[in-house]
Write a protein that binds this ligand. Structure first.
Ligand SMILES: [Zn+2]
Length: 145
């Protein structure tokens, strides 16, 4: 899933084998997905003449979620597929941090976010640039006069 999302973040075509792996996880996950009536049944303003919700509300529910370690992948696989099949995939980015591979959605107004977290990777990059400038400054010949 990371390789698929990373490829999309870098505007590359993902490997067919990675898509195949996600699809087989989706097949497994789909067998455990149920549509249920949401608790409360419907929106408060949407009450019919009988006092019951005119249009009941439904939710997705995973049956057997948490029964096995692999079941924890089901919602992740589904969320990955939903993101990849949505318009929001164009906002997917990978952190520009040196040793960071976090993925995030760039929801900034000018689509210029580079870091997973400014207080972590952003500050490290700023400090690195600062040290580089300082080193350059120290190696420069002393000014004449
Ligand atoms: Zn990062």
């Amino acid at each position: 899933m990371f390789r698929l999302l990373s490829a999309v973040a870098h505007q590359r075509v993902p490997a067919a084998t990675d898509l195949e792996m996600l699809n087989s996880e989706l097949v497994e996950a789909s067998g455990h997905l149920r549509l249920i009536l949401a608790p409360g049944g419907g929106d408060a303003e949407d009450v019919g003449v009988t006092g019951f919700p005119a249009r009941p509300r439904f939710d997705w529910e995973w049956s057997g979620l948490g029964d096995s370690l692999t079941s924890l992948l089901w919602p992740v696989a589904r969320a990955t597929a939903e993101l990849l099949s949505s318009r929001q995939k164009s906002q997917l980015r990978e952190c520009a941090g040196d040793s960071c591979e976090w993925l995030f959605l760039d929801l900034s107004k000018n689509a210029s976010r580079r870091w997973c977290d400014m207080s972590a990777c952003g500050n490290r990059a700023k400090a690195k640039r600062y040290r580089a400038r300082k080193t350059e400054g120290n190696s420069a010949p002393p000014a004449a006069g």
